[in-house]
Design a protein. Structure first.
Length: 483
C-alpha cells in the first residue's frame, strides 16, 4: 500500500489530534523556557521531533512501520548516550501507535490481505505465550510483561502491519535498500571502533560491564551501535549474505559490482565483531541458496568452495595470528571450552524441565531472571541460545508450537519462490529466504532472533516470503529496469 494511498489519507480526526499535539508542545516549550532550567531546556529540542514522528504515524501508519525498521537498528546504541530514558519501551510505543493508526483505516480489502497462514501461526504462538502469564512456575507478572515483547508481542503486531502496508514490489525494493544502508553504516562504525577507537560514551559502557565480554585477551570485539558484538556480527553476516546473492542476480555489471562492494564492507564489519555465530548465517544461507537454484553448474562449485573453506578453518592453523580468523575457527571446535559449558548447562536445564511441560514461564531466564527472580535456580543457567530460551520459558509444548511456526515459513517460502516469474523479485526472495535460514541456524548458538534489529527484520521478511506473489510484477519488456 502506497504511503499516499487514499485509504491512508489523514482524516479530520487525525488533523485535530495533530493540531492538539502541536499546541501542547508549544505550551510545554514556553513553560520550560520560562522556568529557565538548562537541563530541561536541552530536552525542549526533542519535543518538536517527537511530535513530528507521532504526527506522521497518526497521519499514515506506513511511516510508523518504516520508523520501526530504521529505529530498530540504533535505539539500543542510544542508551549509551542518553541515560535514564527507557528507549526500549519506545519501540512498544511506536508499534502500538502504528497498529492503532492502522486499525482506524481497516477496510474490507485490508481484511482480505490478513487472510494468510503467517498471521494465523503468529496468532497461535502469541495466544500460547499469553496463557503463559498464568504459568504457576512464574510468580512475577511484571517479568512476563517485559519478556513477552521480544518473544511474541512485537511479532503479532509486525506481521499484520507488513501484510497491510508492504503490499507492492517497491516496498520489497525499499526493504532491501534499508538493509544495505544500515549494513554500510553499521560496518563503518564497527571498523572505526576497532581501528580508530571507541568514544567516551562507549568507553563508559565497556567499563560498566561490557568489557567482560567485549575485550578478550586485550582485543576489542566491535559492537557498533548494537546491543553486543554477537548481534552486530550476525546482522552484518545477514546483510552480507543477502547482497552476495543479489550480486549473482539478473542485473547489469555496475549493479552487481555495487552489491558485491556492500557484501565486502559488511563482511569486514562482521569480522570486526570477533563473533563466531555469523559464519553459520553465511554457510547455511549459502547451502540453502544452492539447493533452491538447482543449477549444477553453480551448485557443484559452490559446494566444493564451501568444503574447502570448512577444511581450511577446521583442519589448519593458517591465519591464527589474525584474531578474527581465530575466533571464527573456534566455532568449529567440538572441544571448545565455552561450547562444553553450554552443553553442560543444557543438560542441567533438561533435568530442570523434566516435570515442567509448559516451562518455567516467560521472563524467568537470563537478565529477567536476575531482575525478577533473584533466588531462582535458572540464574546460573544461561540459555545461550534462542531455542533453549523458548524451551525453558515455554516448555516442550511451546517449543513445538514455535518450531511449527518457523517451519511454516520454510515450507511456504520455497513453494512461493518456485512459482515467481519476475527475475528481480525471485532473486531478492531467494536472498531473503537464505538469510532467514541462516539466522535460524545462528540462533542455535546465540539468542539473536528475538533481539533488535534482527527481530524486526525477521518478522517482516518472514511475512514477505509467505506473500511473495504480490511482489511478482510482470516481466518488463525493457530489461534495463534491472540496471
Amino acid at each position: 500500500m502506497r504511503p499516499d494511498a487514499s485509504a491512508l489519507k489523514s482524516s479530520n480526526t487525525d488533523n485535530f489530534i495533530i493540531t492538539g499535539l502541536l499546541v501542547m508542545t508549544g505550551v510545554m516549550m514556553a513553560v520550560v523556557l520560562a522556568i529557565g532550567d538548562i537541563g530541561l531546556g536541552s530536552l525542549v529540542v526533542f519535543f518538536p521531533v517527537l511530535v513530528g514522528i507521532i504526527a506522521l504515524i497518526i497521519s499514515n501508519p506506513f511511516y510508523g512501520l518504516m520508523f520501526y525498521i530504521h529505529y530498530s537498528f540504533f535505539f539500543i546504541g542510544l542508551n549509551r548516550y542518553i541515560y535514564g530514558v527507557p528507549l526500549g519501551l519506545s519501540i512498544d510505543a511506536v508499534l502500538f501507535l502504528t497498529t492503532l493508526s492502522m486499525v482506524f483505516r481497516i477496510t474490507k480489502d485490508n481484511i482480505k490481505k490478513l487472510n494468510n497462514g503467517i498471521l494465523y501461526t503468529t496468532l497461535l504462538w502469541f495466544i500460547y505465550t499469553a496463557f503463559e502469564f498464568f504459568n504457576p512456575e512464574a510468580t512475577n507478572e511484571l517479568g512476563w510483561v517485559y519478556a513477552v515483547r521480544g518473544v511474541s508481542l512485537y511479532a503479532v503486531q509486525t506481521v499484520p502491519l507488513t501484510l497491510l502496508l508492504f503490499d507492492k514490489k517497491k516496498h520489497l525494493d525499499t526493504f532491501i535498500k534499508i538493509l544495505i544502508i544500515w549494513g554500510l553504516v553499521s560496518s563503518v562504525w564497527g571498523w572505526k571502533q576497532l581501528n580508530i577507537g571507541t568514544d567516551p560514551f562507549e568507553d563508559g559502557w565497556l567499563e560498566a560491564g561490557g568489557k567482560i565480554t567485549h575485550v578478550l585477551y586485550g582485543r576489542l570485539r566491535a559492537f557498533s551501535f548494537y546491543s553486543d558484538a554477537g548481534q552486530f556480527g550476525v546482522t552484518m553476516a545477514y546483510i552480507a549474505f543477502i547482497t552476495l546473492i543479489l550480486a549473482f542476480g539478473p542485473y547489469k555489471l555496475s549493479r552487481k559490482f555495487w552489491y558485491f562492494f556492500v557484501f565486502v564492507i559488511c563482511l569486514i564489519g562482521m569480522s570486526t565483531s570477533g563473533s563466531r555465530g555469523p559464519i553459520f548465517v553465511i554457510f547455511f544461507g549459502g547451502i540453502t541458496y544452492l539447493l533452491i537454484i538447482r543449477n549444477f553448474r553453480i551448485l557443484i562449485p559452490g559446494i566444493v568452495i564451501s568444503l574447502v573453506v570448512f577444511a581450511f578453518l577446521k583442519f589448519t592453523f593458517i591465519g591464527n595470528s589474525n584474531y578474527q580468523i581465530y575466533r571464527i575457527r573456534t566455532a568449529l571446535d567440538p572441544k571448545e571450552a565455552s561450547l562444553l559449558v553450554r552443553l553442560s548447562n543444557q543438560e542441567k536445564i533438561r533435568k530442570y524441565l523434566e516435570n515442567r511441560p509448559f516451562g518455567a514461564g516467560i521472563g524467568t531466564t537470563d537478565i529477567f531472571a536476575r531482575r525478577f527472580y533473584p533466588g531462582s535456580a535458572l540464574i546460573n543457567l544461561p540459555t545461550d541460545s534462542w531455542y533453549v530460551k523458548i524451551w525453558v520459558e515455554n516448555g516442550v509444548v511451546g517449543l513445538i508450537i514455535y518450531a511449527l511456526s518457523l517451519s511454516y515459513v520454510i515450507v511456504m517460502g520455497i513453494v512461493k519462490i518456485r512459482v515467481l516469474k519476475n527475475p528481480d523479485t525471485k532473486q531478492k526472495m531467494m536472498a531473503l529466504y537464505g538469510g532467514y535460514t541462516g539466522i535460524l541456524a545462528a540462533s542455535f548458538g546465540n539468542p539473536v532472533f528475538g533481539q533488535a534489529p534482527l527481530g524486526a527484520l525477521m518478522y517482516i521478511s518472514m511475512t514477505m516470503l509467505c506473500t511473495s506473489e504480490i511482489y511478482d510484477d510482470p516481466i518488463p519488456v525493457n530489461k534495463e529496469k534491472y540496471a
